[in-house]
Design a protein around this ligand. Structure first.
Ligand code: GDP
Length: 297
């Protein structure tokens, strides 16, 4: 798996050092393993959970060889990753499928929207973008560029207009034109939590005036290369609104891919997509088995 090269080589390298010259998993190996997981940005709570589980298995089986450690780690990590469903709802009543995209500026939100539009278009679905981050001129401009690049329409208003009004217009235009997927960009200003919560709640409420089921999904975009910051952002956004899925970006060029494991475990929200580059096609559907395998082989 090319996009995860750095995480993988760094993890495997540290793991092999932790077990070098040892034939069985003992307290020292477990200590080293704990270090490996924490330094791979899995997060403290999830690391402790994994170590506890391995300790239990050592206690139960009396002896655990270091060659078996890989297999057991793989199983334990896979069991911590939430399952996800990739199909969009094919219930016609629930058309259009509305994805409200949230996240802090700079994490790759706009890029992820462009990539998602590409993905859906390639599946033969029609898409419309809604520029509901009306706070930053650059946000609307960037989304506009993606709209032209991937040839999907965009609904926008002038700077500073009501984000909920843009979202309303976008969903209404989708209904009128029988569009399959609506991608709504939102502003991610974390410094004012109450405002953030109010803004996201209002966008939802107003979209529901057009289609009761909206949004089908609230996708939180996190920058995987920021490690513990991504945890903090997940905490704040899940407190502000009901997040249903995650996209973790910039996993190319970082060794911090372990965040995917910790965040999925701590927030019980499935990682649905991972970003592995800047191009329109650099988005992968997250498959936990493929992800775990790519860590170890
Ligand atoms: P936004 O402010 O959250 O909308 O962030 P942008 O979508 O504008 O992205 C910020 C920067 O991150 C841009 O330079 C993007 O090209 C870059 N970026 C986004 N996703 C990825 C990714 O998966 N990998 C890499 N390497 N860069 C990315």
């Amino acid at each position: 798996d090319e996009g995860l090269e750095k995480t993988k080589s760094s993890f495997l390298n540290k793991l092999s050092k932790a077990v070098a010259g040892k034939s069985k998993v003992d307290a020292a190996v477990l200590d080293d393993l704990e270090e490996v997981l924490i330094s791979s940005d899995v997060g403290v709570a999830t690391t402790i959970k994994i170590i506890d589980r391995i300790e239990d298995r050592v206690a139960k089986d009396k002896y655990l060889g270091t060659e078996e450690l890989n297999k057991i780690l793989r199983e334990e990590i896979a069991s911590l990753l939430a399952e996800n469903e990739h199909k969009l709802d094919d219930d016609d009543e629930k058309k259009p499928y509305v994805i409200m995209v949230v996240g802090v500026n700079g994490v790759g939100k706009t890029t992820t929207i462009g990539k998602l539009a590409t993905l859906f278009k390639n599946q033969g679905l029609s898409v419309v973008l809604g520029a509901a981050d009306t706070f930053r001129a650059a946000a609307v401009e960037q989304l506009d560029i993606w709209s032209k690049r991937v040839e999907v329409p965009i609904v926008k208003q002038k700077m500073g207009s009501d984000p909920a009004s843009v979202a309303y217009d976008t969903v209404q235009s989708a209904v009128k034109k029988n569009v399959d997927v609506v991608l709504i960009d939102t502003a991610g200003r974390l410094h004012n939590k109450v405002n953030l919560m109010n803004e996201l709640t209002k966008i939802k409420r107003v979209m529901q005036k057009v289609v009761k089921h909206a949004p089908n999904e609230v996708l939180l975009v996190l920058d995987g290369s920021t490690g513990q910051n991504a945890f903090e952002q997940a905490k704040q956004f899940t407190a502000a609104t009901e997040v249903t899925s995650l996209a973790v970006t910039k996993l190319d060029g970082t060794a911090k891919g372990g965040v995917v494991i910790g965040i999925s475990d701590q927030f019980k929200v499935p990682v649905k997509y991972i970003g592995i580059g800047e191009k329109a096609t650099d988005l992968q559907l997250f498959d936990k088995q493929v992800f775990v395998d790519s860590f170890f082989s």
